[in-house]
Design a protein around this ligand. Structure first.
Ligand code: GMT
Length: 376
């Protein structure tokens, strides 16, 4: 099959899922075309089955806002015609589902039927998409997609609760390559670069937006380090980073909190981590938690959105109410303060991650594409 994938190319979860999916599909023999404004960050494997088409938005003095959707839909039309793309898969409703729908309509005028699958990822429904300025367009583009999927049961429910949706939404959870750890040599870990032998390493990875409650990450760690020797690794960039850096210094733990910025070495960082913190306000799935779990890192998270579908209470970690720093710190200390218990949770984390095996989930997308093609 020839599959066109539209996504955000940045470090965000939806872009990571879209890229990993495209790469997996290409390994299964499909021809995959990524269409977006710059090369997706995880698109690092050369293959004749994978192409990247960059969307350019020419500057024009009259434009206050550059019309990206227009450029994207035109690029989609051109690429579908040039490469004979069979099916379009757009990730994150805004503005991709809208641009995809326009491309579909333009192609239909020329007698080309292009089925479109839309995958809802999170804030396109729970935050941004819900804003009255976007809501009618998001509702319209979901209802006019040929197939709609969501990454968790919770997101599916949120979508039906917040929008007037006439379509069925199929849940296809995010996935992980379970061989990641086998392929990654643990001798490369270099834990000693980051912390002393007697220190535990606690990690948080995100794009440091308000929704991630970065201040809670610092506060939880502040409580933990009062009782055990530990370092906190803060991985990522975003609007809340400076606030967190100041907070760590004000709390007198500046030397224990390492802000490492955006990293291409997530596997290495997780390999030497003992615990992962994800106290988000909302989280439709929590891909970062799953990535931690596959590396045997237990997760302390909030119990919001789809997190309870990923992080299993008492097995892969613990879940607390949003903002309950005391409970999160208590649970973290319970796991970290006993080596035997920590090992059990590490095993529980990998076992839980196995449910999201890439080899089980990618065929679900293939089945969806087949269905969309049959209905065309
Ligand atoms: O960062 C992104 O690209 C999207 C982002 C968001 O804000 O919607 O992440 C969402 O999609 C990820 C991949 O499916 C999920 O793992 C995240 O839980 C979800 N983020 C939120 O719901 C806050």
């Amino acid at each position: 099959m020839k599959i066109g994938i539209v996504c955000y190319p940045t470090f965000g979860g939806s872009g990571v899922v879209a890229t990993e999916l495209g790469l997996a599909l290409s390994r299964r023999g499909h021809e995959v075309h990524f269409i977006t404004y710059s090369q997706p960050v995880r698109l690092d494997q050369l293959s004749s089955n994978v192409r990247f088409h960059e969307v350019h938005v020419p500057e024009y003095p009259l434009f206050h806002y550059q019309p990206y959707e227009l450029a994207l839909s035109s690029k989609l039309v051109n690429m579908v015609k040039l490469h004979g793309i069979d099916v379009l898969h757009v990730h994150y409703a805004i503005p991709h589902a809208y641009a995809g729908y326009m491309a579909k309509k333009m192609l239909a005028e020329e007698g080309i039927e292009l089925p479109m699958v839309t995958t809802l990822h999170g804030t396109d429904i729970t935050l941004v998409g819900n804003h009255p300025f976007y809501k009618p367009a998001v509702t319209f583009s979901i209802n006019n997609s040929d197939v709609v999927t969501s990454v968790s049961e919770s997101l599916r429910t949120d979508t039906f609760n917040s929008f007037k949706i006439r379509k069925e939404i199929e849940v296809i959870p995010n996935f992980i390559d379970l061989t990641k750890c086998e392929r990654f040599s643990f001798t490369d870990c270099q834990r000693t670069m980051m912390a002393g032998e007697d220190e535990k390493i606690i990690t948080h990875i995100s794009n440091f937006r308000k929704v991630k409650r970065i201040d809670d990450v610092i506060k939880i760690f502040f409580e933990i380090q009062k009782k055990i020797k530990a370092k906190l690794m803060m991985v990522g960039e975003g609007p809340e980073k400076e606030m967190a850096e100041n907070m760590a210094i004000e709390l007198g733990i500046g030397d224990k909190v390492l802000f490492v910025g955006q990293s291409h070495e997530i596997d290495k960082i997780l390999c030497f981590s003992d615990l992962f913190l994800l106290p988000s306000k909302t989280e439709s799935f929590g891909l970062a938690a799953l990535e931690a779990m596959v590396h045997s890192v237990p997760v302390i998270s909030s119990n919001t959105g789809g997190l309870s579908e990923v992080n299993i209470e008492g097995v892969s970690g613990y879940l607390s109410d949003v903002g309950d720093i005391e409970d999160m710190a208590k649970n973290a200390l319970y796991i970290l303060s006993d080596e035997k218990r920590l090992k059990e949770f590490k095993r529980g984390a990998v076992r839980t991650a196995a449910k999201f095996d890439i080899n089980k989930i990618v065929p679900m997308y293939e089945a969806i594409y087949e269905k969309a093609l049959k209905e065309k």
